[in-house]
Design a protein around this ligand. Structure first.
Ligand code: UT7
Length: 331
């Protein structure tokens, strides 16, 4: 499919040190550790200190990813930052990261696809490298969800955390290794089910919008849950079928981490046994664009993900946005 095959040359992640546990949340809203664990699988999340922004987390992960790729910041040609919590509406977080890490030759942009931002950014970045337009692409998924979460709303505040992950993409040194195929879709009819109503052009910030707490994430959990269960499994099936594969051919299933129940139902649908599914939502919560690199990093560090493994990355997020990639791992 690709003009030239593109591989993930390195991976690095960063989470802020401060923890927000279910016990902490029990003191803030009417919830219990038992409810959160049963319904979501989350035990704790990492949360930034006041004043720390998405570009700060992104830059930490990016610097380490560049180092691990054996490159210097000035070797980077392109920076894509997948995020739903940019430092500001503009300039783009990619510009802020470029300046912070000294990637003086790079161009770049932010990509808005909520929880699918990492899968979308991987596809866009790898296609630009595949076409020969750029050589080394830095793809980052980073979010400071705590900046847009209403910590008086128990329906959302228990779900999210902060974090960042970065990969460097480059032409594959081994043609068997790299990003093999991708599939994406959007369904804008679900736009209202998960959104931040105010602060954009539809409803600019005003005293009223702040009083009504409209600059926070609003979610119709059940609607998103049903869409995610249906579509995570479905997109994986389509991608596998197109490549004449089944879930049995995969070594690891690395899904966006929004809810353990969503991940397991998708895994079951494509026939992935539990031991081949990465779950780390218990430690990080839903970090939106950062969940997949955080999950990949865990799999590498625990020895579950090895060079030559065939893996599937997949996500569903606000929009709705859906994505899935088939990758032959090379690290
Ligand atoms: O990553 C972006 C995409 N996002 C997602 O994929 C999230 C998808 N949705 C979900 O994961 C689930 O819908 C949630 C975890 C958000 C909620 O789980 P649920 O099983 O759908 O619960 P629910 O919203 O139907 O609520 C069940 C009950 C309600 O009480 P009643 O009406 O049955 O009395 C809620 O008020 O649980 C109540 N509830 C809570 N109770 C304790 C809602 N939030 C909480 C809470 N603690 N934090």
């Amino acid at each position: 499919m690709n003009v030239r095959r593109v591989e993930i040359k390195s991976l690095a992640t960063y989470v802020p040190p401060r923890l927000l546990t279910n016990a902490d949340l029990e003191k803030m809203v009417d919830t219990t550790d038992e409810w959160i664990m049963q319904r979501t699988g989350i035990r704790q999340r990492h949360i930034v200190d006041p004043g720390v922004a998405t570009s700060d987390l992104a830059a930490e992960a990016a610097k380490e990813a560049i180092k691990r790729a054996g490159l210097k910041p000035e070797d980077i040609d392109l920076i894509i930052v997948g995020t739903v919590t940019p430092d500001m509406l503009f300039p783009s977080t990619a510009c802020l990261v470029q300046h912070k890490i000294g990637a003086t030759r790079a161009w770049g942009f932010d990509l808005s696809a909520a929880c699918s931002a990492f899968t979308y950014s991987l596809t866009v970045g790898s296609q630009l490298v595949a076409a020969g337009g750029v050589k080394n692409a830095l793809v980052i998924g980073a979010d400071v969800m705590s900046s847009i979460i209403d910590y008086t709303d128990r329906a959302t505040c228990v779900l999210f955390g902060d974090g960042a992950g970065a990969v460097v993409l480059a032409p594959s040194s081994d043609p068997n290794i790299g990003i093999l195929d991708f599939e994406h879709m959007i369904d804008g009819s679900g736009g209202n089910a998960l959104c931040m109503p105010a602060g954009g052009s539809r409803m600019p910030a005003s005293h009223e919008t702040v009083d009504q707490r409209l600059h926070y994430v609003k979610q119709d959990g059940q609607t998103v849950f049903k869409f995610a269960v249906r579509n995570t499994g479905a997109i994986c099936e389509r991608l596998l079928k197109r490549n004449n594969l089944t879930g049995h051919d995969l070594d690891l299933f690395v899904s966006h981490q929004a809810n353990k129940r969503i991940i397991m139902s998708a895994a079951e649908r494509i026939g992935m046994p539990e031991e081949k599914v990465v779950i780390n939502i218990d430690r990080f919560g839903n970090t939106t664009a950062a969940t997949i690199p955080l999950a990949l990093n865990d799999a590498v560090e625990s020895g579950r993900l090895k060079k030559g493994h065939l893996i599937m990355l997949t996500s569903v997020g606000a929009g709705f946005t859906v994505g899935s990639l088939l990758v032959r791992w090379g690290l």
